[in-house]
Design a protein around this ligand. Structure first.
Ligand code: CP
Ligand code: NVA
Length: 343
């Protein structure tokens, strides 16, 4: 008799948004990512995708996600081909549907970073192979597995952790942390000016997830309420890729900069508090945008001060490394040649 296992849940599946996955499935990916990290660090081969070819389509720039897919594919025994808008017909001369059919016949899996969530969904509908969402305007699902790995490495568990996301409460990171965090039992707080509170579509999903997991979420513009007893203070850029409204965002979000006063306002003991950030982060003036914002608005750092970024609380580079291990887990679980027992 065929053994029922998670292979049937994962294999051949796309990963488009964490809302499509159960708490058990998300926890499985987190733990599998940790296992793959151990194998990598101990030089133990793990060629679960031997001989496969995967396509990496990026409509927006990327350092971590692109590198993660390339290194993870190589470690899994697969080859990766990167295509930017300058390299492909997609968008100019060819539709998503036609591109999906063509690439689906060449490749065993496709990563896509784009704008509208409907684009990656459309790609998945027509590709006939797993599609992994490498970020859309609405969600950043692969980032969630890395973030949960990082939290689990520090605290040993996810359930009951208080995580405060500080910044634009309507972007892909706020949406993802609120919904995915609620699924796995993290108490998520969105700390944001009222103008940037999330919409009902997202809070409805969080309500449903919290009802199942027992987590509680808070959406507030009050700094003390948002950070009190928090274990994770989480930052993201004030202006996301595809946006250009710097002046509006600087004015709205200036009071919400993550600084040492905010870390102290948590009241959390030092060894139970960390800073995380999906990166990139504007914590100094060593970038083009960082310099522009300093010249125009007099701010030397935006979402996080250099002091917090370099402090004992800083876990953002562990988190960045975990992008690679977690993306490897996602690809191997959905497309790898492995049996995943029921958990
Ligand atoms: N966090 C993240 O997605 O980084 P990249 O934009 O560099 O891929
Ligand atoms: N909200 C950011 C996330 C970057 C990883 C953006 O979309 O630019």
């Amino acid at each position: 008799m065929e053994k029922k296992g998670y292979a049937s849940h994962f294999q051949g599946r796309s990963l488009l948004a964490m809302k499509d996955f159960t708490a058990d499935e998300i926890n499985y990916l987190v733990d599998f990512g940790e296992h793959l990290k151990y194998l990598k660090h101990h030089h133990i081969p793990h060629h679960y995708m031997e001989g496969q070819n995967i396509a990496l389509l990026f409509e927006k720039t990327s350092t971590r996600t692109r590198s993660s897919f390339v290194v993870a594919a190589h470690d899994l025994g697969a080859s990766a081909e990167f295509m930017s808008p300058a390299d492909m017909q997609l968008g100019n001369k060819e539709s998503i549907e036609d591109t999906a059919i063509v690439l689906g016949n060449f490749f065993d899996g496709i990563e896509y970073r784009g704008f509208a969530q409907s684009d990656v969904e459309n790609l998945a509908k027509h590709a006939g192979v797993p599609v992994w969402n490498g970020l859309s305007d609405m969600w950043h699902p692969t980032q969630m597995i890395a973030d949960f790995m990082t939290i689990k490495e520090k605290f040993g568990h996810l359930k009951g952790i208080n995580l405060t996301y500080v910044g634009d409460g309507r972007n892909n990171m706020a949406n993802s942390l609120l919904v995915a965090g609620s699924i796995v039992g993290i108490n998520v707080r969105l700390l944001s000016p009222k103008e940037l509170f999330p919409g009902k579509e997202i809070t409805d999903m969080a309500d449903k997830a919290c009802a199942e997991s027992g987590a509680h979420y808070t959406i507030t513009d009050d700094i003390n309420e948002g950070v009190k007893d928090s274990n994770v203070i989480y930052g993201d850029v004030w202006v996301s890729m595809g946006e250009s409204n710097w002046e509006e965002r600087v004015n709205l979000l200036k009071p919400y900069q993550i600084n040492m006063d905010m870390m102290k306002a948590t009241g959390t003991p030092d060894d139970e508090l960390i800073f995380m950030d999906c990166l990139p982060a504007f914590h100094d003036t060593n970038t083009k945008y960082g310099k522009d914002v300093y010249e125009k608005y007099g701010l030397k750092c935006m979402e996080v001060t250099d002091e917090v970024f370099r402090s004992k609380y800083a876990w953002q580079f562990v988190e960045a490394e975990n992008r690679m291990h977690s993306i490897k887990a996602i690809m191997a679980a959905t497309n790898g040649n492995l049996f995943i027992p029921e958990v």
